[in-house]
Design a protein around this ligand. Structure first.
Ligand code: ASP
Length: 441
């Protein structure tokens, strides 16, 4: 072991779904004494048709909130934990915890409280199994009165508390508001807790253990057996995850990125695989490929505005964006020409929002033509190597055009780590494959 190393390890729900997985997790943690702080998720699915404990708890709570008898449903959750405890042969009885939770459900403690119990109970079991201290996340992960995560307050409290614990288990996914009410992050939020803990202890590495061996260059549902990504920078990952390349919660990047701590995505079922390393910046001697990953998603609309001498009109862009802002709609991209401007927004708008945006732009900007078209898919080709490799854009466009696909929009940020293109939704899969095979032979 590297003597200066200090690792925070987070295990996802599939890594803690049953007693066998707990044993695997224990051996991973014990294989490296620098793995001192552990963040567990709630038990996930054991088979494809199984239900995650978090979903079971949401369901139970809904029944409780509607005044229905939720006892049978709740005992299924109890059974999941008791199976794990018995399978591990632990001297641990959670019946008091179960009774307290049931009681709180009856008193309508809130669905965030309900969901958080999945991680809470799993944390108690894991701490017992490892012989680590248990630290309730409600005491150290803080949210504001409005329910927003409070990073600075959390960091002060958490780093102080953790200095007093050599080794600890901190359940993922939740924290508390100033009045003590339990608040969760959005789904998959244990990734965020792991990142927050890593920042608080200034970890040398944040290991995120899941059920895949890291990130793949593209979506395996579209490209057959895509290559794994060995190293990726935070910025590249941000671009790819925004476009739908899941595995890690989008917001998990911020706390560690802020502190310059790398994240290593690892596979609990294949611990010897190196996984993907997410780094603050690319290592100087890395043998970079031009493209790191290709991701994309469907469901965008383009608003196209044309007006003669638009470029000479001061404040034109502001007026357009103001109308969109007033409808509470965020814009994704804004490619523009001399006399045209396109604004790409998610198609996920109400009819009323669409109508108001259309009417608002007509009134504020008096365009020559204005139209809105749905059915656009965006594809992001991301890679730090693109900055120095000439002709990358040409290769992307040639690959797409050779596949007989019309490119409807192009956007390349000046940072040059990504090229975004828009195609019709029905061309999405074909375009993604064409680009992948252009760069991966
Ligand atoms: N258990 C929560 C969920 O299913 C949080 C997590 O697993 O990270 O979303």
């Amino acid at each position: 072991m590297n003597s200066g190393a200090l690792k925070v390890v987070k295990f996802g729900g599939s890594s803690l779904a049953d007693a066998e997985h707990f044993i695997q997790v224990k051996s991973i943690i014990e294989a490296d004494p620098s793995r001192r702080y552990v963040v567990p998720s709630a038990p996930g699915k054991r088979t494809a048709t199984d239900t995650k404990v978090t979903d079971m708890l949401y369901k139970c709570y809904q029944m409780a909130a509607e005044g229905e008898d939720f006892s049978d449903e709740f005992s299924k959750t109890e059974e999941r934990y008791n199976l794990i405890i018995d399978g591990l042969g632990l001297d641990l009885n959670l019946s008091n915890e179960f009774a307290a939770i049931k009681n709180a459900f009856t008193l309508h403690a809130g669905s965030d409280y309900a969901a958080s119990r999945g991680e809470y109970l799993n944390g108690i079991i894991l701490a017992k199994l490892l012989g680590y201290d248990f630290m309730d996340a409600a005491k150290v992960i803080k949210f504001t009165e409005t329910g927003a995560f409070d990073p600075e307050k959390t960091n002060i409290i958490l780093s102080d508390r953790l200095t007093r614990h050599e080794r600890a288990v901190i359940p993922g996914f939740y924290g508390s508001m100033p009045n003590g009410t339990i608040k969760t992050f959005s789904r998959g939020g244990s990734d965020i807790t792991g990142s927050i803990v890593a920042r608080a202890v200034t970890a040398t590495l944040y290991e995120n253990w899941t059920d895949v061996s890291g990130f793949l260059m593209s979506d395996p549902r579209i490209v057959e057996n895509p290559c794994p990504i060995k190293t990726i920078t935070y910025r590249e990952l941000r671009e790819l995850s925004y476009m739908g390349a899941g595995v890690l919660h989008e917001d998990a990047i911020f706390p560690v990125r802020f502190a310059g701590i790398p994240i290593n995505i690892r596979n609990t079922n294949d611990p010897s695989a190196p996984g993907t390393m997410i780094l603050p910046s690319a290592p100087a001697n890395s043998n970079e490929s031009i493209v790191t990953g290709i991701a994309g998603k469907k469901g965008f609309s383009v608003i196209t505005i044309e007006k003669d001498q638009m470029n000479a009109e001061v404040g034109f862009g502001r007026k357009v964006l103001e109308v969109i802002e007033k409808e509470g709609v965020t814009f994704e991209h804004m490619p523009s020409g001399i006399d045209t401007m396109c604004v790409i927004v998610s198609s996920n708008m109400t009819e009323k929002q669409k109508k108001n945006i259309f009417g608002g732009i007509s009134l504020a900007c008096e365009p020559d033509t204005l139209h809105m078209e749905d059915g656009l898919a965006l594809i992001a080709v991301v890679g730090r190597g693109m900055v120095s490799a000439k002709g990358t854009a040409a290769r992307v466009f040639t690959a797409v055009s050779n596949a007989d696909i019309n490119i409807k929009m192009i956007d390349q940020g000046s940072s040059e780590i990504s090229i975004i293109l828009g195609v019709d939704e029905w061309d999405f899969e074909k375009a993604l494959k064409a680009i992948y095979y252009e760069f991966v032979k």
